[in-house]
Design a protein. Structure first.
Length: 1211
C-alpha cells in the first residue's frame, strides 16, 4: 500500500486545484521558505482526520481555507482528496484503490467521503487505524513533531508504539467502553430504585383494581337497563311517527284536491283580469281623449282671451312716447355755456401771467435775502475765527494742503491701474478675435446642419418604426387568420370522424375496411347538398370488398352497434355499370348529377349506378318541370337546396347536421383559405424582416447623426467655454478699468473739494489777518428787511396760484356741463326715433292678434263638438269595465274561499310539520343519547335491546363470571325473561345506588395494574440483562487487556532492539535504549529514552545538544518504523538541524526505509534531494498563491537524468 495522489483545492495557499502524483520510493518536496511546502504535510494530516487546529499551524479550523490575497478573493471552502493504492489489501476494504476526501466550508460545515460515498470522520479513522495509521499520526513528522517527541511523556511514547502496533484503537475503545459502563452504572442504580418503587405501588393499585372489577359488574347492569329503556322509548316514538305519516298523507291528498280547484278559480280570475285589462286601455284612451280635448278647449279659449288683451294693449298709442326736453333747447344751452367758457379761459391766461410775475419777484427777493445772509455769516465767522486764533487757521491750511497732495498721489496711482487694465483688456480682446476667426474657418459641418441631419434621421427612424409596427400588426393579423383557419380546418377534419359503428368496424378490420365513400368523391362547389341528398346514407358508407361485407354486418348485429352502410369496392354484377346519359341533353334548367361528381379511380362504376338517371335543378319548380319534358329514363331530380323529387313523391327539409360531403367541401375550402393565409403570412413575414432591417439601418444612421451632432456640440461647447473665459477676462478688465476710473474720478473730486476747503480756510486766514480788530457785532437789520420782502413775495405767489387754480376749476366744471347737455340732446334724439319705430311695430302686432282671436274662437267650437263625442265613448267604456269588475269580484271571492281552505290546511300542515319535527327531534335525541352515552347505533339498540328481546336472568352463584361471558353482540349467554319496563327502571335505580355506594372508582385501575405489573416484570428482566451484559463486557475487556499486553510486549521488544541498532548507527560508539517505567504493569507502563553519545556520560535527553536531541528523536521514530513498518512516512525538514555527517547517516536510514515504505520528505538539503526518486518544486507567486512543478528522476549508471513536466497546478 502507498499514497498514489493528493489533490488540494482551496487549502491554505493552494487557491486552485493542485494535484500531486506519488509513487513508491522517496518523493522530495523542495522550495524556498514560505512557499507552502509544509502545507502539503498539513493537507495529508488534515485529510486523514487531524482535528487539532494548532497541529495544523492555525488558531481555528477555518484558517485552513484560502483567505484571499490582494489579487484573488477568499474562497468559501477547502477540499483535500487522498488516493491510496490498496492493491495489497492492507486496508480492510474491498477496493484496490481507496479515495478519501474531506471538505470544510467557511460556514462551519464539514463533509467526509470514502470512494465518493458520504461517511463520518470516525469511519476514516477506523479504516486507517487497521493499517497502523492512527490519530497520533506518528507516520507524519511535521515541523515541531520532533520537539513533541522529545518533550513527550512516557505514556505518550507508549502511544507511538501502540499506534504502530495497531492496538491503540483497542485501548481507546476499551477506555470508551469503560466510560460508558461507568455512566451506565448510574442508570442501573436508577433502574434498581425504579423497580423497587414500582414494587411498592403494586399493592394499593391491586386493591383499586378489585374495586374497579366490582364496578364493572354494576356498570353492566346500569348499561343494560338503560339500553333497554332507551330502546323501548325509541320503538314507541317510531310507531307514533308512522301514525303521523299516515295522517299526513290523507291531509296532503285533500290539499292537492283543493289546490286543483283553487288553480281553476285562479285561472278564471286571470281570464277576467285579462279581459278587464284589455278593456282598460280603451277606457284609458277615451278618458285621455276627453282630458286632451278639454285641455284643448281651455287652451283655445285662453288663447282667444290672451289675443284680445293683446289687441287692447297694442291699441294704446301714447305708450312709450318720449317725455324728455327738446334736443334743440339742450343744444342752445350748450352753446351759451361755450361762450362763457371762452371768456373764462381768457381770464385764466391773465391769472397765469400774474403768477409768473409773482414767481419772478419771489426769486429776486430770496436771492437778495440769501446774499445778505451769506455776507452776514462771513462777517460773523471772520470775527469768530479771529477770536479762535490765527495759529489754528494756519494749521488747518497746512492740513488741507497735505490732503490735497495725498489725493493727487492716489489719483495718479489709479490712473496707472486704469492703463494696466485697459492693456489687459486689449490683449484679451485680441485673443477673443483670433479664436472667433479660427472658429469661423474651422472645417466641418455647422451644428445647425448636423442638428437638421439628426432630426431628419430621427424622422426616418420614426417612419421606419411606424412602418415596422404596421407590418408587425399585419403579421399578427396574418398569424391570427392562419391560426383561426388552422383551428377551423382541425375542427372540420375532426368532425369528419363520427363515433358510430363505422369507427368500431374500421378499428377491428383496418386492412379490409377503407375510408368512407365520400372521401373518394370530389363534388363541384354548390352541388354538395344535392349529391348528399341523392346518395343518402351511402355518402357516409364504408368501402369494403363484397366478400367481407356479410361478416362485418354479422359483427355489427352481434355487438348491437346500430345501423351500418357498406359499399362494395367491386359492385355485385360488376359488368352492369350505370349508363351515363352523355348522348342525351339534361332537362331544361338542370344538370346531370354525374357531371357534378368526380370519383376516384375504381369508384366510377359505383357512382354511375348510384347517380344514374339523376338530374340536379336549382329549385323545386324546375325539378317538377323536368319530369314533364324529360324522357322516361329520368329517375329523380335533386335541387341544390337538398330536396329530392321523384315520380312518386318529394323529400326535403332542413338537415339536422351537414352531410359528410358538405363537411368535406368545407374542409377543402378551409384548406385552400389556409394555404392562402399561410402564403400571406410568409409574405408579411418577409416584409416584416425588410421593415426591421430598414428600421435597424435608420437607427444606425440616426446613431451616427446623433454622434456627429454631439461631437460638434462638444467642440462648440469647448470653444464656447474658451470664449466665455475670454469674455470673462474682458469683462473683468473692463470692470477693473471702470472701477479704477470711478475711483480716480472720486479722487479728482476729492482733490477739488480739498482745494475748495483749502481756499476757504486760506481766505478765512487772510480775512482774519487783514480784518480790523473790532469787537462790535455787525447789524442784521438789512437781513431782516430783505427776509420780510421775500416773505411778502411768497405770499403774493400763493394768492396768484389760488386765483389761477379756482379759475381753472370753474372752467373744467363749465366744460363738463357743456358735454353733458350735448350728450343729453343726442340721447333724447335717439329715443324719439325709437318711439316712432315701436309705434309702427305695435300696429303690426295688433293686426296679428285680432287674427289669432278669430282662429281661437273657431278652434274652440270644433274642440267642444269633439269633446261631446269623446265623453259618450268614455261612458260606454266605463260601463263595460264595471261589468267585468263585478264578474271579477265574484271569481275572486271563490278563489279567496278556496285559498282560505288551503291556508287552513297549510297551517295544519305546518302544525303537523312542527309536531313531526318535534317527534323527529325526540327520536334524534334518543338516538344521540344511545350513541353518546352507550356508544350504540339506533339499529343495534333496537335489534339487541328492544322490548321484544329477553332480559338475561342472573345466577346467584356465577353471576359475576356470566356477566362477562357475552356473545359477539355484547349479550349475555344466559337464558332471559320477557321485558318489563317497571322492572328495568327498578334495576337501573338499583345499579345507580350500588355504583354510588362504591364511592370514587379508578376506572383505569385494572389497566394501570396490568400495565404496572407488566412494566415491573420488564424492568426486572432488563436489569438482569444489563448486569449480564456488564459481566460479559468486563470479560471481553479482560481478554482485550491480555491481547494488548502481549502485542505491546512484542512491539516494545522489537522497538527496543531496533532503537539500539539505529542509535548505534546514528551515534557510532554511543549507547541508547528504551526502558519501561513500570515493567510489572504492561497495560499502563510508560517508556523512557536513555541516550549516551560517544564520549559522554549523560543519559538524560535534556542534557544533549539540539542536533543530538533531534537525532535521538529521529532514532526513536525510525526504530518504531522498522519494528512495525507503515506503508508510508511523511517528514517535514527533520534533517534541518543536522550537520553533514549526521545528515549522511540519516540519508542511509532513509534508503533503508525506502525498501519497505514510501517516503515523502520536505527538505532544503541537496543530498536529500539526490536520493529522491521524484521532486516537487513549490514556489509562491507574486499574488500569494502556491505553484507546484513536478520532476521525476531516473537513475542510470549512477547519474541522474531529469525529464520536466508541466506544472501540475497553475495558481
Amino acid at each position: 500500500m502507498h499514497l498514489k495522489s493528493l489533490t488540494v483545492r482551496g487549502f491554505k495557499s493552494f487557491a486552485s486545484a493542485t494535484s500531486f502524483e506519488f509513487e513508491p520510493g522517496v518523493t522530495a518536496v523542495v522550495g524556498p521558505n514560505g512557499s507552502g511546502k509544509s502545507n502539503v504535510v498539513d493537507a495529508l494530516a488534515w485529510v486523514m482526520g487531524e482535528q487539532g487546529a494548532k497541529t495544523l499551524r492555525g488558531g481555528k479550523m477555518e484558517d485552513v481555507i484560502f483567505a484571499g490575497t490582494s489579487g484573488r478573493p477568499p474562497l468559501g471552502r477547502a477540499q483535500v482528496t487522498l488516493t491510496i493504492d490498496n492493491s495489497d489489501g492492507a486496508l480492510p476494504i474491498e477496493y484496490s484503490e481507496v479515495t478519501i476526501s474531506r471538505t470544510l466550508f467557511r460556514a462551519g460545515g464539514s463533509e467526509y467521503a470514502i470512494n465518493g460515498d458520504q461517511c463520518r470522520l470516525l469511519d476514516i479513522q477506523e479504516l486507517l487505524s487497521d493499517s497502523g495509521l492512527g490519530r497520533e499520526m506518528h507516520v507524519i513528522i511535521g515541523q515541531g513533531q520532533l520537539d513533541r517527541v522529545l518533550h513527550a511523556t512516557a505514556e505518550d511514547r507508549r502511544g507511538f508504539i501502540e499506534e504502530a502496533a495497531g492496538i491503540l484503537k483497542h485501548r481507546r475503545r476499551k477506555e470508551k467502553t469503560l466510560r460508558k459502563l461507568d455512566a451506565m452504572q448510574a442508570n442501573v442504580q436508577r433502574l434498581d430504585d425504579l423497580t423497587g418503587e414500582i414494587r411498592r405501588q403494586l399493592t394499593p393499585l391491586g386493591k383499586q383494581a378489585a374495586v374497579a372489577r366490582r364496578a364493572q359488574s354494576v356498570q353492566f347492569d346500569l348499561r343494560d337497563a338503560k339500553s333497554r329503556l332507551l330502546a323501548d322509548d325509541l320503538v314507541t316514538l317510531r310507531v307514533g311517527q308512522e301514525r303521523d305519516a299516515h295522517a299526513r298523507a290523507e291531509r296532503e291528498e285533500k290539499q292537492a284536491r283543493l289546490g286543483a280547484d283553487a288553480q281553476r278559480a285562479r285561472h278564471e280570475v286571470a281570464r277576467l283580469e285579462v279581459e278587464a285589462a284589455a278593456a282598460t286601455p280603451a277606457q284609458n284612451a277615451a278618458r285621455d281623449l276627453v282630458y286632451a280635448l278639454s285641455s284643448a278647449v281651455e287652451r283655445f279659449r285662453s288663447l282667444g282671451q290672451l289675443a284680445e288683451e293683446r289687441v287692447r294693449l297694442l291699441g294704446r298709442h301714447d305708450d312709450g312716447a318720449p317725455s324728455g326736453h327738446d334736443p334743440d333747447d339742450l343744444r342752445e344751452q350748450a352753446d351759451e355755456l361755450s361762450e362763457e367758457l371762452e371768456e373764462l379761459q381768457e381770464q385764466n391766461e391773465d391769472f397765469a401771467d400774474a403768477l409768473d410775475e409773482a414767481i419772478a419777484a419771489r426769486g429776486a427777493a430770496e436771492e437778495s435775502a440769501a446774499a445778505e445772509e451769506q455776507r452776514l455769516t462771513t462777517v460773523l465767522r471772520a470775527a469768530a475765527d479771529r477770536r479762535e486764533g490765527l495759529a489754528r487757521l494756519a494749521g488747518q491750511v497746512a492740513a488741507a494742503r497735505s490732503r490735497v497732495e495725498a489725493a493727487e498721489g492716489e489719483r495718479d496711482r489709479l490712473r496707472a491701474t486704469v492703463a494696466d487694465a485697459r492693456e489687459r483688456r486689449d490683449q484679451a480682446q485680441q485673443e477673443y478675435t483670433v479664436l472667433e476667426q479660427r472658429l469661423a474657418h474651422t472645417d466641418g459641418e455647422p451644428v445647425d446642419a448636423l442638428e437638421a441631419a439628426h432630426r431628419e434621421a430621427v424622422d426616418h427612424v420614426d417612419a421606419a418604426k411606424a412602418a415596422a409596427q404596421q407590418v408587425q400588426k399585419e403579421s399578427r393579423d396574418a398569424y391570427g387568420a392562419r391560426s383561426g383557419l388552422q383551428a377551423r380546418v382541425d375542427t372540420l377534419t375532426a368532425s369528419l370522424h363520427r363515433a358510430d359503428a363505422s369507427e368500431v368496424v374500421a378499428r377491428r378490420w383496418p386492412d379490409t375496411v377503407g375510408p368512407r365513400f365520400s372521401a373518394h368523391l370530389r363534388v363541384e362547389p354548390g352541388y354538395e347538398q344535392a349529391i348528399a341528398a341523392v346518395l343518402g346514407p351511402f355518402a357516409e358508407a364504408l368501402t369494403v370488398s363484397s366478400g367481407e361485407a356479410p361478416k362485418i354486418l354479422d359483427f355489427v348485429v352481434a355487438e348491437d352497434l346500430g345501423r351500418l352502410h357498406v359499399i362494395h369496392t367491386i359492385p355485385l354484377g360488376a359488368g352492369a355499370s350505370g349508363e351515363h346519359p352523355e348522348s342525351v341533353p339534361p332537362p331544361e334548367g338542370c344538370t346531370w348529377a354525374l357531371d357534378a361528381v368526380e370519383a376516384a379511380e375504381g369508384f366510377s362504376a359505383i357512382v354511375a349506378q348510384l347517380l344514374s338517371s339523376t338530374a340536379i335543378a336549382h329549385d323545386v319548380a324546375t325539378a317538377y318541370a323536368a319530369f314533364s319534358t324529360a324522357n322516361s329514363r329520368l329517375r329523380q331530380v335533386a335541387t341544390t337546396g337538398g330536396v329530392v323529387v321523384t315520380r312518386t313523391g318529394i323529400e326535403g327539409g332542413t338537415p339536422q347536421a351537414p352531410s359528410l360531403l358538405e363537411q368535406q367541401a368545407l374542409v377543402e375550402a378551409a384548406r385552400e383559405e389556409l394555404q392562402a393565409a399561410a402564403a400571406r403570412e410568409e409574405r408579411v413575414s418577409a416584409d416584416l424582416d425588410a421593415a426591421r432591417e430598414a428600421l435597424r439601418s435608420a437607427e444606425e444612421s440616426e446613431h451616427q447623426a446623433r454622434q456627429a451632432h454631439r461631437e460638434a456640440e462638444h467642440r462648440n461647447a469647448h470653444a464656447s467655454r474658451q470664449l466665455a473665459l475670454l469674455t470673462a477676462r474682458l469683462q473683468q478688465a473692463d470692470a477693473e478699468a471702470e472701477r479704477a476710473e470711478h475711483q480716480a474720478e472720486r479722487a479728482q473730486e476729492q482733490i477739488a473739494a480739498e482745494l475748495q476747503t483749502l481756499e476757504g480756510v486760506a481766505a478765512r486766514l487772510d480775512a482774519a489777518q487783514t480784518a480790523p480788530e473790532d469787537d462790535e457785532e455787525p447789524s442784521s437789520e438789512e437781513r431782516d428787511r430783505l427776509n420780510a420782502v421775500a416773505a411778502a413775495a411768497r405770499q403774493r405767489e400763493v394768492e396768484a396760484r389760488l386765483a389761477l387754480r379756482s379759475s381753472e376749476e370753474r372752467a373744467a366744471n363749465l366744460n363738463g356741463r357743456i358735454q353733458s347737455l350735448r350728450r343729453a340732446a343726442e340721447t333724447e334724439q335717439r329715443a324719439r326715433v325709437e318711439a316712432e319705430r315701436r309705434a309702427r311695430q305695435r300696429a303690426i302686432h295688433a293686426e296679428a292678434a285680432r287674427a289669432v282671436v278669430a282662429a281661437a274662437h273657431e278652434a274652440a267650437g270644433v274642440a267642444d263638438r269633439s269633446l261631446a263625442r269623446a265623453r259618450h265613448d268614455l261612458a260606454e267604456a266605463e260601463a263595460e269595465r264595471t261589468r267585468l269588475e263585478a264578474e271579477l269580484g265574484d271569481a275572486r271571492k271563490v278563489a279567496s274561499h278556496l285559498d282560505e281552505e288551503l291556508r287552513v290546511l297549510a297551517d295544519r300542515a305546518h302544525q303537523e310539520e312542527m309536531a313531526h319535527a318535534e317527534h323527529r327531534l325526540r327520536i334524534e335525541a334518543v338516538e344521540n343519547k344511545a350513541v353518546e352515552e352507550l356508544g350504540l347505533t339506533p339499529e343495534h339498540l333496537v335489534e339487541h335491546f328492544g322490548p321484544d328481546q329477553p332480559v338475561p336472568v342472573p345466577d346467584d352463584d356465577q353471576w359475576a363470571e356470566l356477566r362477562q361471558e357475552v356473545d359477539e353482540h355484547g349479550q349475555p349467554l344466559t337464558a332471559g325473561k320477557p321485558y318489563d319496563r317497571s322492572e328495568q327502571r327498578k334495576r337501573l335505580k338499583q345499579a345507580e345506588k350500588d355504583l354510588a355506594s362504591l364511592g370514587k372508582v379508578n376506572p383505569l385501575a385494572l389497566e394501570e395494574f396490568a400495565a404496572l405489573e407488566e412494566r415491573h416484570k420488564f424492568l426486572v428482566e432488563q436489569l438482569e440483562d444489563l448486569n449480564s451484559s456488564r459481566r460479559d463486557l468486563l470479560e471481553i475487556i479482560k481478554d482485550v487487556d491480555e491481547h494488548v499486553e502481549t502485542v505491546f510486549a512484542e512491539a516494545f521488544e522489537d522497538t527496543r532492539l531496533q532503537f539500539e541498532r539505529v542509535f548505534g548507527r546514528l551515534f557510532p560508539g554511543g549507547e541508547g535504549r528504551l526502558v519501561l517505567t513500570a515493567p510489572e504493569d504492561m497495560l499502563n507502563t510508560g517508556i523512557e529514552v536513555e541516550a549516551r553519545p560517544a564520549g559522554k556520560k549523560v543519559k538524560r535527553l535534556s542534557l544533549l545538544s539540539g542536533g543530538e536531541r533531534s537525532l535521538t528523536a529521529v532514532a526513536l521514530l525510525v526504530a518504531i518504523f522498522k519494528a512495525r513498518p507503515s506503508p508510508f512516512y511523511v517528514m517535514d525538514e527533520v534533517e534541518a538541524a543536522l550537520d553533514d555527517t549526521n545528515l549522511g547517516r540519516l540519508i542511509t536510514i532513509f534508503e533503508e526505509l525506502r525498501e519497505s515504505s514510501q517516503l515523502i520528505v520536505i527538505t532544503h538539503q541537496k543530498r536529500t534531494m539526490e536520493v529522491a526518486d521524484a521532486l516537487y518544486g513549490v514556489s509562491m507567486r507574486g499574488d500569494g498563491v502556491t505553484q507546484v512543478i513536478s520532476q521525476r528522476l531516473e537513475r542510470v549508471s549512477g547519474a541522474s537524468s531529469a525529464s520536466d513536466s508541466e506544472p501540475s497546478a497553475a495558481t
